[in-house]
Design a protein around this ligand. Structure first.
Ligand code: ANZ
Length: 858
């Protein structure tokens, strides 16, 4: 926040900054000044000049009139914590290449920007500074906006939005109510992940290795009345529609989503637990993916922290269970999830009857069975499930193999077998394969009415309540008479009170909103009696699940977005962002899109047709961090090298998805190259529009090959190689000017214009300045991508004559730079030569590349 360059609305400071930079940047470019006859390359002068021109021309707003094919390019919007950093600089540079390239290719490109501006950091900052979170948030947004503008991204600023604007969260609340009406938002009392430090609940997705994703504090469980979105209703569609994304999203992101949704095919099988008070008898259902192993079940386990354990326990074991439950509760999630941990459990004094074999299995409670997966109860098959085997060995329970896989006996080896094989010891299933056994077992239990085939998902409903202040209030009123009552649409938004600040926002386990009595106490919209507002706010992932739709019509007042605009623009053609959002944000956005489609408001099934994950910016092989002290300040980099050099370095360092190590790159090298390219444009002497056909053919071939290759490389997102092509072209052009046909040759102009157009993707200031030097009107961003002439890009060939014993026997078309070895091989492989040699050996082969081969037979 202390960087000089990004002070918004401070005209004087900005001017002073410009002057300073102009001085600084010209001094650091001696190598340019050397060959310069006129002005020197000055990034600061360009950075001072062009933004106003672009603004005035409105270069980056889409026409949106249907005259061109539309394409929507979107970068994951930033969170306004301080100023932009190197990571932003990389991600946004990549997205901008795509937006700018498509614009040059004649598409109508939408490339908007906004802020994901609700969330905890603002609230924590407000507590520290005795301020309102909005003050910190909006100040940071202005800082970032100024930096983005300096960074010359081709954004349409007119669509800017902030999720913490009442005009935005009004529609977040409106969408919540539509979800509510459809039964997709509901409240239940449930043990939830609780961060004792942040004093708020966390979604499963926000718990990483048992700890709070944000602060690393071990997460505990707490029973609370919470709001959920029923995302599980969409599990199947979220999974199946991924086929549409195949090839357009990184494979690893698709794999992570699939894994998160976690579809398991299997069966529900009912076991009767004998001797409980339940009338007639207690039936407990298990979920198993391996019904073929039913005869191998030797015990039965229920989740220790589920109600089931208490329901089933025999009186004489009740105390043992209670003691065990206390032990489990004291464990952190980290400890619980540790798979190496010794298995613990307690016998409940009951037996469950195997519906297939009639065998009685001891019932245990253990913490390795999770309360909220499947049914919270399992049949344990130690021979074929490692967790069960570990448990069996810990408590001396029997192990019985029922699938002969040829592997070592698990009872002896301690390793459960899981391969293919033949079923044994299993009555009617004997002799079948695993797959046949699964089908047959399901058939049998279905016929007997003791079970059925089923599909289970790992995905849980999305817990969206947060007991924090800086988020969209949940638009529900609680009335003693009418229960949950939605706030009527015409009373939206339910605004946050603006008189809470500082300590009043501190986490207390209940939402700070509960303390704002004037805000909480309302009348019931249905009966008019005194009632209370819901005091939770929404997870900020709700805000970011639909922002891409709001950009389409940011001022629309009839709904969250104009359905016609959505028809025109959705889905997003290229989404760009970090792989850290591979699960949460993308899954939630996909869910929102599907629900909104079901509401009839959009046609797209998926929000993001293509996804690009940019890598990280490292320093010295490590992620930049305060603790390592290896942070690189973006503002300083921009001040020293200029925007274009930093952007070019980001793009040139590696393909977008790879990490960039700032210790290994050379922004000063990029700056030198840009100066060189710029100098080329200054030295062009022919008039704009002069016919390149009359120009130097070799340079034209280089230019047109660069165009053709760049197209392919850009489509494949190999932006770094495109930069290399531009460098080659600059070198060839320099050579043509200095020692070839000279700056007056129309082919030199063609080459220089091509350089400007290609560079406009990575170095917009330099490219615009080159364009102006070439006598072209602003903006190069609106230029047409040049069409390559295929007759110029075909490789030249020469004719090589092949002689056998001095007589010409064949002629081969080869490239002029063919190697001696390759030409020899080609000649010897010739059909004519083979025929003449007719099996005779070869004494010697004389090769004169590229035109002659003489073969002397033995
Ligand atoms: C018997 C069996 C035999 C199993 C076997 C596996 C192998 P996925 O694939 O992840 O869905 N299971 C079911 N519910 C559970 C819970 N709440 N907590 C812990 N484990 C649970 O895993 C399904 C398998 O995990 C189920 O199939 C069950 O063990 C166990 F050779 O049943 B299986």
């Amino acid at each position: 926040m202390s960087r000089g360059f990004c002070v918004s609305g401070a005209g004087k400071q900005a001017d002073a900054w410009t002057k300073r930079q102009v001085e600084r940047s010209t001094v650091s470019e001696e190598q340019v000044a050397e060959q310069s006859t006129g002005a020197a390359y000055s990034f600061a002068a360009m950075e001072a000049k062009w933004p106003a021109v672009w603004d005035e021309l409105g270069v980056f707003a889409p026409k949106d009139d249907g005259s061109r094919e539309r394409r929507y390019v979107l970068d994951m919007f930033p969170y306004p914590s301080g100023d932009l950093h190197m990571g932003h600089a990389e991600a946004f540079a990549m997205g901008d290449v795509v937006a700018r390239y498509w614009r040059l290719r004649g598409f109508d490109v939408l490339h908007p920007i906004g802020w994901d501006s609700f969330g905890l950091p603002a609230e924590n900052a407000a507590i520290k500074r005795n301020a309102h979170p909005a003050e910190w948030t909006y100040a940071n947004i202005e800082t970032q906006a100024a930096s983005f503008k300096r960074y010359a991204l081709s954004l349409d600023w007119s669509r800017r939005l902030q999720t913490s604007d009442p005009e935005y969260y009004r529609w977040t609340q409106w969408l919540f109510l539509r979800f509510y009406e459809r039964g997709l938002a509901y409240r239940k009392n449930h043990p939830v992940n609780w961060c004792p430090k942040d004093q708020t609940v966390l979604a499963n997705e926000q718990v990483v290795n048992g700890a709070c994703e944000r602060c690393g504090t071990p997460v505990t469980k707490k029973a609370l009345n919470q709001w959920y979105f029923r995302i599980t209703d969409y599990a199947e569609r979220l999974l199946n529609d991924m086929t549409e994304l195949e090839g357009h999203w990184p494979e690893r992101v698709l794999a992570m989503q699939r894994n998160w949704i976690g579809r398991s095919e299997g069966a529900h099988v009912q076991f009767v637990v004998e001797g409980t008070d339940a009338k007639p008898q207690h039936e407990v259902t298990v979920f198993t993916t391996r019904p073929d192993t039913l005869y191998g079940a030797t015990f039965f386990v229920v989740a220790a922290d589920s109600d089931l354990a208490a329901d089933l326990v025999a009186p004489e074991q009740a105390q043992a269970l209670a003691d065990y439950q206390d032990r489990v509760k004291a464990l952190s999630e980290v400890e619980r999830q540790n798979t190496d941990r010794e298995k613990t459990g307690v016998f409940l004094g009951r037996y469950a009857v195997n519906p297939l074999s009639g065998e009685k299995l001891p019932v245990w409670a253990a913490d390795y069975v999770l309360a909220d997966y499947g049914t919270g109860a399992i049949m344990a098959v130690p021979a074929h499930d490692q967790r069960d085997l570990d448990f069996a060995r810990a408590f001396g329970l029997p192990v019985r193999a029922v699938l002969d896989t040829g592997e070592d006996d698990p009872a002896v080896s301690g390793i459960a077998t899981s391969g293919e094989g033949t079923i044994v010891n299993s009555g009617p299933l004997d002799g079948l394969s695993k797959a046949e056994g699964i089908s047959k077992a399901i058939e049998i239990v279905e016929a007997a009415g003791t079970g059925e085939g089923t599909v289970n998902y790992r995905l849980r409903d999305w817990l969206l309540s947060r007991q924090r202040f800086w988020g969209a209030p949940i638009p529900i009123i609680h009335c003693d008479v009418d229960g949950e009552v939605p706030v009527p649409d015409d009373q939206l938004p339910v605004r946050l009170p603006d008189d809470l600040r500082g300590e009043q926002l501190a986490p207390k386990g209940t939402s700070p909103l509960a303390a704002a009595e004037h805000w909480v106490n309302v009348t019931c919209p249905r009966c008019g009696r005194p009632a209370k507002r819901d005091t939770d706010t929404m997870d900020t992932f709700v805000d970011s699940s639909w922002y891409y739709l709001r950009y389409l019509s940011p001022n629309y007042t009839e709904g969250p977005f104009d359905p016609d605009a959505a028809k025109n623009w959705m889905p997003v053609a290229q989404y760009v962002g970090g792989v850290e959002h591979a699960i949460l944000h993308l899954l939630y956005s996909r869910f929102f899109t599907k629900v909104i489609k079901d509401m009839g408001l959009i046609e797209a099934d998926e929000p993001f047709a293509a996804l690009m994950n940019q890598g990280q910016v490292l320093n010295g092989g490590k992620a930049m961090s305060k603790s390592l002290g290896n942070g690189v300040d973006l503002g300083e980099q921009l001040d020293t090298f200029g925007v274009d050099a930093v952007r070019l370095t980001m793009v040139f360092a590696s393909p977008p998805e790879d990490d960039v190590d700032w210790a290994d790159v050379s922004p000063s090298g990029s700056a030198k190259f840009l100066a060189r390219a710029w100098r080329v444009a200054q030295d062009v002497k022919s008039a704009p529009g002069s016919d390149p056909a009359s120009g130097d053919r070799a340079l034209r071939a280089t230019t047109h090959r660069a165009i053709a290759e760049s197209e392919e490389l850009l489509d494949a997102h190999k932006f770094n190689v495109v930069v290399a092509k531009a460098m080659e072209l600059v070198n060839a052009t320099r050579k043509a000017i200095d020692s070839g046909p000279g700056g007056g040759d129309p082919a030199v102009r063609e080459a220089a214009e091509t350089v400007a157009i290609i560079l406009s993707l990575f170095a917009p200031y330099t490219a615009e300045d080159m364009w102006a030097a070439l006598g072209r009107e602003a903006s190069v961003a609106n230029a047409q991508w040049p069409q390559h002439d295929p007759s110029l890009t075909v490789e030249e060939t020469v004719t090589a004559v092949v002689q056998v014993a001095g007589k010409v026997r064949d002629r081969l078309e080869v490239t002029p730079d063919i190697t001696e070895e390759n030409l020899r091989e080609l000649a010897l492989a010739s059909g004519n030569v083979q025929r003449i040699l007719d099996g005779r050996g070869v004494r010697t082969v004389i090769v004169r590349t590229p035109k002659l081969v003489n073969i002397v037979p033995a």
